[in-house]
Design a protein around this ligand. Structure first.
Ligand code: PAF
Length: 282
């Protein structure tokens, strides 16, 4: 039976009562759970003795014009999914439990968080890094699990953990896709049927570049042109970025070397912003 912990003192009491030496895994989420989240829980269960999930829609990582108010919050369904997946505890705090009214301390990563989504969503990764460090301090997990779909988020958190010597091991879980290739996301529910029909093109653009890479192309500009060509003429898809970057530092790459690369994209379908990515090589 899953234990729902709503306050920091409940969480701390639960954490302190865990048997010494038992490995704790944290799967932080904003709820509206799907198979991608459950795959992280499954991964956590293979690494850890005890698994805790958090659900907190973190206002600090939403811009003023973003979808905080309409972000889906199907909490009963989420709890049932976590229970069925064998999660031991759920941390489900209210806003005021996480942020005091005069909260004035934030975590800012100043390199990996700057390009791509960081350039387009000012303050987003500051919000993510701040809440994730708070969740690490509160739950003190041995491992924490994040989805590769948010590749830049993973890179920012890994950098924060490295730079601030946070005693947690970050594990990335593979992207989980719908049958037609669309990466699972809590935001997919916003898509109207015509937009949903177009959405798999995002992944197809990544695959087109991947096929050219497999055929020997290593020039990032050429691969980018191949990928973008699939999306460029599509009314209904507005590409924000489609870029080839170093997997860890997210620095731009011109010629793909032995370490491979990350292709990352963001696009609007109507008002819905979707991201996806693919690793080439290595
Ligand atoms: O990926 C998410 O759902 C969120 O960014 C996270 C890591 C739970 C922080 O709010």
């Amino acid at each position: 039976m899953i234990i729902v912990l709503r306050t920091i003192s409940e969480l701390r009491a639960w954490r302190n009562a865990l048997p010494p030496g038992s490995r704790l895994g944290l799967v932080p989420t904003m709820g509206a759970l799907h198979a991608g989240h459950i795959s992280l829980v499954d991964l956590a269960r293979t690494h850890c003795d005890t698994v805790i999930t958090s659900i907190f829609v973190n206002p600090l990582q939403f811009g003023p014009k973003e979808d905080l108010a309409r972000y889906p919050r199907p909490i009963e369904n989420d709890i049932a999914m976590l229970e069925a997946a064998g999660v031991d505890a759920l941390f489900l705090p209210e806003y005021g439990e996480v942020y005091l009214p005069d909260n004035s301390t934030y975590v800012v990563e100043e390199a990996v968080s700057l390009p791509l989504c960081g350039a387009l969503r000012p303050g987003h990764f500051r919000g993510v890094a701040t809440v994730v460090l708070k969740l690490f301090n509160l739950t003190q997990p041995h491992f924490a699990f994040f989805g590769q779909k948010d590749a830049q988020q993973c890179a920012v958190i890994e950098r924060m953990v490295r730079d601030l010597n946070v005693p947690v091991e970050i594990v990335r879980g593979a992207i989980v896709r719908e049958e037609d290739g669309l990466a699972m996301s809590s935001r997919n529910v916003y898509l109207e049927p015509s937009q949903r029909a177009l959405a798999p093109l995002l992944y197809q653009s990544l695959l087109a570049a991947s096929q050219a890479y497999a055929a020997g192309e290593r020039d990032a500009q050429k691969l980018e042109a191949i990928g973008r060509a699939l999306l460029g003429d599509q009314p209904g898809i507005e590409v924000q970025y489609w870029e080839i970057r170093d997997r860890q530092s997210l620095a731009p790459i011109h010629t793909i070397g032995p370490d491979g690369c990350l292709i990352a994209l963001a696009a609007y379908l109507g008002n819905t912003r979707l991201i996806d990515n693919l690793i080439l090589g290595a």
